[in-house]
Design a protein around this ligand. Structure first.
Ligand SMILES: [Zn+2]
Length: 166
């Protein structure tokens, strides 16, 4: 039956099951075991895909935590977080207290790009930017969390130094 209205799907139109009540073609969703519109099926697929990416980002961030552990400067911290429910997990790099509230987010390669990406957030001055490729307009992509960390540390140091003199 049609998942939306409960009408038995015994009508076929143009070779596809058809719900006359809703005026939609129906397709079987094997995961849920019901018949839904193509739009609903696509919506479910995107939602499931999103859940997989979030779970994958949690995995990658937690694995990266131990990898970056020995590379943190004295007094700096790496923290695994999911900032917003439904968002990717990130590995946050928090510098030692220096009078500037700055943080870098290492974003795992689950968002359609191949590598890790880095965003720097200077909360004292409300500046938020990604690290870019040298001379390029494209966001930089790093093969490993350690590579991303090695780029994030100097970027944060610049932010701390320049903010201190503003
Ligand atoms: Zn229906």
């Amino acid at each position: 039956m049609c998942q939306r209205c409960g009408t038995p799907n015994d009508t076929v139109r143009g070779g596809h099951p058809w719900c006359g009540a809703c005026g939609i073609y129906l397709i079987h969703d094997p995961e849920h075991g019901d018949w839904v519109s193509f739009a609903e099926r696509d919506h479910r697929r995107r939602a499931a895909d999103n859940q997989r990416r979030i779970a994958a980002s949690a995995d990658q961030v937690h694995r990266a935590m131990s990898a970056v552990h020995g590379r943190m400067p004295d007094g700096w911290h790496a923290v695994a977080r999911q900032h917003i429910s439904g968002a990717l997990h990130t590995l946050d790099v928090e510098p030692a207290p220096a009078g500037v509230d700055a943080i870098a987010y290492l974003i795992p390669p689950t968002s359609g790009c191949r590598g890790w990406q880095v965003r720097v957030h200077n909360r004292t001055h409300r500046i938020d930017f990604p690290l870019y490729r040298d001379g390029g307009a494209q966001a930089a992509s790093f093969d490993t969390a350690c590579d991303a960390l090695d780029a994030a540390i100097p970027a944060l140091r610049v932010e701390i130094a320049s903010t201190a003199h503003r």
